[in-house]
Structure formats: C-alpha cells, structure tokens
Design a protein around this ligand. Structure first.
Ligand code: UD1
Length: 353
C-alpha cells in the first residue's frame, strides 16, 4: 500500500506532518510531493525542519504565477510523477491551488484521492480557496472533515455519506504536539502584552484602500492602549505595503517559523487575522480572535470558539479590542474531536481503505 501526500503552501505543512507520521507508524509506504507553490525558506523549508517532515521525495518547483499558471503547472508536472510512481491513494490537504490541481490529475487517472479538511465552505465564490474547496470535494473519494458543519455542507452538495469521515482537526494534532517546544524554544522578543496580526487574503491586501484602512485601525488600537502590534508579514502583503509612515507604529516582522508563531499566539492579548487556520488555533488556545473577513468557512470557531467576524467594520475592531483589554473578551470551548488524535484516525481509515 503506497500513499502519495501532496503539499504546496504553508498551511498544508502542519496538516500533512501528523498524517505522514501516523501513516509511517502503520507501515504504509509513503511519497511526499512538494509542488513548490511556496518556496521561500521562511514560507516552506523551516516548516519541514521544525515539523519533522522529511525532505520531499519530489519537488515540482512550480513557484509563483497566476492562478492558471500555478494550477496548470502543478497538473502537468504531477501527472508525470504519477507515471513513474504507482500509488494506491493520493492525500491532498486544505484549499490551495496545489490541492485542486493534484486532485484533478488523479480524478482523470482514476486514482483515489483523500482530502484532508474537506467540507469547509465560506459560500463566497470570489475567494480562490472556495473554488478549490468545492471542486476538490466533488472529485475526492474520501473526505476527512473536522466538524459536523463540514459534513452537512458535503451532504448538501450530493457527496455520498459513505465517502465522508468526521475525524477532527488535524492542525490541532500539530499544535498539541508542538506547544511545549514552542514555549521553550521561542526566539522572538515578546513584549509583556501585545496583539498579533496576520493579513494576506486578496480581499484585504490587494486593494490599497482596504489595506490602508485596516493598517490605520491597527495603529489607532496600538496608540490608544499603548499596545505593541506584532505583525509578521506574508510575502503577498509585503509586496503591497503602503508608505513607511503608515506602518511605522507597527512591529513588522518577517514570516515566522511554526514554533515562534505558535508561541506568539499562545501569549497574545488577542489576534487579528484573515487566515483560516489561525481562527482554529486561537479557538483551541482560548485566545480572542478578531477576523477581518465578512464570512468564515470555519463557523464552529464563531459558534463555539473565541472567534468574532468583524468584516471591514474597523470601528468595531477598536471597540472589540477595548472589550478584550478590559478583560471582557469572548471565551469559547474546544470543538469535539479537536483532541490531538485526528491523524491516527485518518491513518486507520487509509490503512484499511
Ligand atoms: C496561498 C493560498 C492560500 C493560503 C496561503 C497561505 C491559494 C489560492 N492560496 O496564498 O489559501 O492561505 O497560501 O500562505 O493557493 N511568495 C513568496 N514566497 C513564497 C510564496 C509566495 O514570495 O514562498 C509570493 C508569491 O510570489 C506571490 C505571493 O507571495 O506573489 C502570493 O503567493 P501565492 O502562492 O500566490 O498564494 P498566497 O497568497 O500565499
């Protein structure tokens, strides 16, 4: 039994690491394919080192490009890999361009695909990730979900129930495993009290007006509360930052390693983000999260967790920050099956599939 794992971008790596390890524990033969969608040392290599993922067996080296270039590049190169490397299952992760590209190639070759983190829906088709999610789930053969809401989305879209397995949240496996090391090996200078920010979604950073408004709101929060605002910058955002004067009051950092970022999340007064995974990690950690988006494909983080959607209502961002800093932040619960054992459940299913 041989499994090929396909990873491409930063949020894939922490999902694949525990699944790879659990499959190894069950004696499955494995091949790790990196599409090269993310390629910087700080966006890719450091995650392999820290998460204990082996050096990829194959790197497709697809790099940056338009959506069509990236998706097509992965398809052409991955198809060639499959000609040389026979497999029983291909496992894809999350919602990035590499995920849908690899799934499409397999579907045309009748090679079974398992999708980890299936069924998430923002119902916003202007998001490239939403298109990737819908298409991947339509052609995957096994759909591993992290919440009952995800199962309901798949069922509504006509996915037969026997393909769906509610296994829990595999990112939380990685978090649980690495939290002690994140605490002991944190290399970032951490102020006593601070807010942590990440922004990279096209809807926030590709429009210069939107980006300026959110940065100005963050500066106002920082000034009002004398609160350092730590902001590790995604390359997409770095390319679009306005003049220096606007960001001078923010502590801009390079993209951080997994352990450093986890440590910063764990001790933040609150987090402001448009990332998907960070909404989940803050829910698990019990840290208030203000999500600068109109919608989320992870509603359980709002209904059960510490997440609040604030959209573009920056006055609300300021008032929510006031509440949190006055000790009245949202408290949440950890959703069922976010227990650190999801990868074992996935590997058990794969080993018996
Ligand atoms: C991708 C995913 C998104 C995920 C995000 C996490 C898609 C459609 N989007 O968005 O779901 O949340 O990754 O990071 O797949 N760049 C670098 N170095 C790198 C990687 C990218 O400089 O290592 C630059 C690229 O040249 C490009 C920009 O960052 O200009 C965006 O990269 P891209 O791979 O297109 O997607 P992301 O915006 O990172």
């Amino acid at each position: 039994m041989r499994v090929i794992h396909v990873v491409g971008a930063r949020p894939n790596f922490m999902k694949a690491a525990p699944v790879y390890s659990a499959c190894a524990g069950r004696g499955l033969s494995q091949v790790l394919v990196h599409t090269g969608q993310h390629y910087d040392a700080s966006m890719s290599d450091i995650f392999f080192q820290q998460l204990g993922l082996p050096t990829p067996d194959v790197n497709l080296g697809v790099g940056s490009g338009t959506h069509a270039e990236q998706t097509a590049g992965v398809m052409v190169r991955f198809e060639k890999v499959l000609a040389d490397v026979p497999a029983d299952w291909v496992v894809v992760y999350g919602d990035v361009n590499s995920t849908v590209a690899a799934s499409l190639v397999c579907a045309k070759k009748s090679l079974p695909v398992a999708h980890v983190e299936a069924g998430l829906r923002s119902f916003d088709r202007t998001m490239p990730e939403e298109i990737n999610r819908i298409l991947t789930d339509q052609i995957a053969d096994l759909l591993f979900t992290h919440s009952a809401e995800a199962d309901a989305n798949l069922t509504r879209e006509g996915v037969p129930p026997h393909k769906i397995r509610l296994v829990g949240n595999v990112m939380i496996d990685t978090l649980v495993h690495f939290l002690p090391r994140a605490e002991s090996e944190c290399r970032v200078r951490r102020p006593e009290r601070y807010a942590l920010v990440t922004l990279h979604r096209p809807s926030n950073v590709d429009d210069p007006g939107n980006l300026r408004e959110v940065l100005d709101a963050l500066v106002r929060v920082g000034n009002k509360h004398r609160l350092p605002i730590l902001f590790p910058i995604h390359p997409r955002t770095r390319q679009r930052l306005p003049d220096q004067a606007r960001t001078a009051k923010l502590e801009l950092l390079e993209p951080l390693s997994y352990l450093d970022f986890l440590c910063l999340q764990r001790h933040a007064a609150f987090v402001v983000t448009d990332s998907g995974g960070i909404q989940e990690e803050t829910t698990f950690l019990g840290i208030p999260c203000l999500t600068v988006r109109e919608n989320t494909e992870r509603p359980v983080t709002v209904t059960m967790g510490t997440n609040k959607l604030i959209g573009r209502d920056y006055a609300r961002l300021e008032s929510e920050a006031d509440q949190i800093l006055a000790g009245r932040g949202k408290r949440g619960q950890i959703p069922p099956l976010w227990d650190g054992r999801t990868a074992d459940r996935i590997a058990d299913v794969l080993a018996n599939a």
